[in-house]
Design a protein around this ligand. Structure first.
Ligand code: PRP
Ligand code: ORO
Ligand code: MG
Length: 194
């Protein structure tokens, strides 16, 4: 799938939002990729996951025996990715503030896992999710995300595959451009405000 085709899927889903957003990291941005809207259409979700799975080299892909995602945003993306890879899907969640594997989900010691996100901005949520998966016994051998908006700044010591890379500015809350400061902010994600 080309970059334009991926962007067209986001546009068709009305998932390219403009306004003033408080991101998971606390950074602010005038743009938000709302992957939940992209994944509203199961056929679209599965098309995008197939395209992302196809980026993973076969020798790595065959080692993956589960997909684990950070809730909420990663859940549907991870489920579609698991379908594309033919493995089971699980998620970590943070009811008490930090990610943990719950609901009877289990990983065998050393089980090789793909960690699947919807969006990577600073990479903080990804690192937290990987830590929780490894604490639960899994070995995260690769990660993937529908969108990488980190501008190359989020670096991981495992292979990272993204369907699309977008260079979208994000600002510290005390360094907002005036046009952004003029708009009341909204916080779409579920991480508790710091
Ligand atoms: O790379 P980062 O700077 O961590 O930002 C990306 C994270 O932010 C969003 O989650 P959020 O914490 O907003 O909660 P959600 O998954 O419930 O939407 C998104 O789903 C990623 O998990
Ligand atoms: O950094 C985030 O929290 C974030 C950015 C974005 O564009 N989309 C999203 O779902 N989360
Ligand atoms: Mg998330």
């Amino acid at each position: 799938m080309t970059r334009d085709e991926v962007l067209e899927e986001f546009r068709a889903a009305d998932a390219l939002l403009e306004g003033h957003f408080i991101l998971s990291s606390g950074l602010r941005s005038s743009r938000y990729l709302q992957c939940a809207r992209v994944l509203m259409d199961p056929a679209r979700g599965s098309r995008l996951a197939e395209a992302l799975a196809a980026q993973i080299p076969a020798e790595l892909r065959i080692q993956i025996s589960a997909v684990v995602s950070p809730a909420m945003g990663g859940v549907i993306a991870g489920h579609e990715m698991a379908r594309a890879l033919g493995v089971e899907a699980m998620f970590v969640e943070r009811p008490t503030g930090s990610f943990e594997l719950r609901r009877g989900f289990r990983l065998e010691p050393g089980q090789k896992v793909l960690m699947m996100e919807d969006v990577v901005t600073t990479g903080l949520s990804s690192r937290e999710a990987i830590k929780a998966i490894e604490e639960a016994g899994g070995q995260v051998i690769a990660m993937a995300s529908l969108v990488d908006r980190s501008g190359g700044k989020a670096e991981f010591d495992i292979p990272f595959f993204a369907l699309i890379e977008l260079d979208v500015p994000a600002y510290q809350p005390d360094a907002l451009p005036p046009e952004l400061a003029a708009i009341p902010p909204v916080k779409p994600g579920s991480r508790a405000a710091a």
